[in-house]
Structure formats: structure tokens, C-alpha cells
Design a protein around this ligand. Structure first.
Ligand SMILES: CC(=O)[C@@H](O)[C@H](O)COP(=O)(O)O
Length: 264
């Protein structure tokens, strides 16, 4: 089916973006990415120290997949760090995409909103296509969008927590108030139903890592997430029935049964 999902003009058929860290082995990472059908993968120059990830084998397997690379600035705490890492990533990975992560609190890895705005402005002016990882705060998201970030990545919950959507009201509000922004929920999803939930809300996509990489069977979990994302998207397009506080029989009992009518 034709997809209208795009990131800064690059069309993607899958609305699932996966991370490349924390897998039991590079080979399992490759299989999980393949099984998920994802077309973009996020990776970090800083975190993915070659010796921790299987060295050259890691890069070889990533290259073989021929996915869109989404470098991220994971672990950065200042504008300067994030900008420098983004520039290095652009040179190495040959892409203008940058997932901008700028951490303001080390306990819950919460993004630093003020520095995020500064760094986004700087990178946009430098020709980057910026995907900021942000909280679900409406005003912050509006400011990032107004700066020129066409894609926003609000969190569902802290990275690696697996808690799922902590504030459905905030995410619903973002979707309603920023109808033209591409909104990808990033971080904190633990099980496929969490991904399905945000897709049903009308989010454009999801990005996740831990839930797949740390599953007992990452390959099967990758498949489950891709199915959940597709199901949530179809449900959003189909339009859910309205909720109500009272019962309404789904099998009408008005009138006379047809067999009784015939007998009379
Ligand atoms: C891989 C990556 O970019 C993470 O920083 C991302 O935010 C995913 O979070 P989870 O690991 O909670 O899915």
C-alpha cells in the first residue's frame, strides 16, 4: 500500500523506526531489523563504540541492510557537544538527518528544552534536517515546529523504561494542536500494544529500541511491533466508534423473531 509517511521529503513505507543498540549480538540486530520491515535505523557515533558492538561486523551488517540512517546525538548535554557530534555524524553517515538528543537530567534522561531549542536553531541554519527528541510539552513542541523542525519526536516515557504512554492527554493534545507536523513517538514503549495505542491516536510513526533489543526473542518482538504499528495506523484511518457511558445492545431485540413470524 502506498504510504504518505515521509521524513523531510523521504518517503518511507514502514512507520516503525528501530534503534541499533543493546542487542545480544550484531547478527540478531540485523535479523530483527530485517524482520521488522523498518526502513530507517537510528545509531549513535558516541554510544556505538565499535568494540562494544562487534566492531567492523556491526557496521558491515548495518550497511548490508541498506536502510536510511538516522544518526543521533545520544549522551550530549550541551549545545556545543550536540552540534559537533551532528556535524561529525553528517560527514561519516552522509545524511542531513539528525535525531537531536540533548539530555537535561541524567536520572530520567529527560531532554533539556531550552538547549534543545538553541541546538535545533543552530543545526537547521547549518542545513540539517532536525528530528528533536523532546518531551510531550505542547509549548516546547510548538516552538520547535515554528523554528523549522518538520518532524518532532516526543517521548512516551523515559528512554529504556518500557512504561508506555505516561501522559495520553499530552500526546493527544500534541496531535490535535500540531496537525501538520510529522509526529513520531520516541522512547519508553515496552510492548507492541503501546505502539498500537499511539498509532491509533494518529501519530505518524514510532521509534523504539529497548523493547525489541531486550526482548527474549528480539526477532519475534520486531515482527510484533511492526504488526502493532500497522494495526494502529489502520485503526486510526478506519476511525474508531465513539465512546459512551451507557450500554447499547449490539444485537437488536426489537420486533418479532423471523421464525415466529413464519409460524403465525
Ligand atoms: C535508540 C534511541 O534513539 C533511543 O534513545 C530511543 O529514544 C529509544 O528509546 P527506547 O529504548 O525506550 O525505545
Amino acid at each position: 500500500m502506498h504510504s504518505d509517511f515521509n521524513i523531510y521529503g523521504t518517503q518511507l513505507n514502514s512507520r516503525l523506526i528501530l534503534g541499533s543498540a543493546l542487542y545480544p549480538s550484531p547478527a540478531l540486530m540485523q535479523q530483527a531489523l530485517q524482520q521488522s520491515g523498518c526502513e530507517a535505523v537510528t545509531l549513535s557515533l558516541r554510544r556505538q563504540a565499535p568494540e562494544q558492538q562487534g566492531g567492523e561486523q556491526f557496521w558491515q551488517l548495518i550497511r548490508e541492510l541498506k536502510l536510511q540512517l538516522l544518526p543521533n546525538t545520544a549522551g550530549c548535554h550541551s549545545v556545543q557537544q550536540a552540534v559537533t557530534l551532528a556535524q561529525m555524524s553528517r560527514e561519516i553517515f552522509q545524511t542531513n538527518w539528525i535525531k537531536l538528543e540533548l539530555i537535561g537530567d541524567d536520572y530520567n534522561l529527560q531532554p533539556e528544552p531550552m538547549l534543545l531549542l538553541q541546538a535545533a536553531e543552530h543545526l537547521l541554519a547549518d542545513g540539517f534536517e532536525v528530528l528533536p527528541y523532546c518531551t510531550d510539552d505542547l509549548v516546547l513542541c510548538k516552538r520547535l515546529y515554528e523554528l523549522g523542525c518538520k518532524v518532532l519526536m516526543p517521548w512516551a516515557a523515559p528512554i529504556g523504561s518500557g512504561l508506555g504512554v505516561l501522559n495520553p492527554y499530552a500526546l493527544r493534545t500534541l496531535r490535535e494542536r500540531l496537525p501538520d507536523a510529522t509526529l513520531i513517538v520516541d522512547a519508553g514503549l515496552g510492548v507492541p500494544s503501546h505502539a498500537c495505542q499511539v498509532m491509533e491516536m494518529g501519530f505518524d510513526g514510532v521509534l523504539l529500541n529497548s523493547a525489541v533489543a531486550l526482548a527474549k526473542d528480539p526477532v519475534l518482538m520486531a515482527l510484533a511491533f511492526s504488526q502493532a504499528v500497522a494495526a494502529g495506523r489502520s485503526a486510526f484511518l478506519a476511525g474508531a466508534m465513539p465512546k459512551q457511558d451507557f450500554a447499547s445492545p449490539s444485537t437488536p431485540v426489537l420486533g418479532m423473531p423471523f421464525w415466529l413470524q413464519e409460524a403465525l
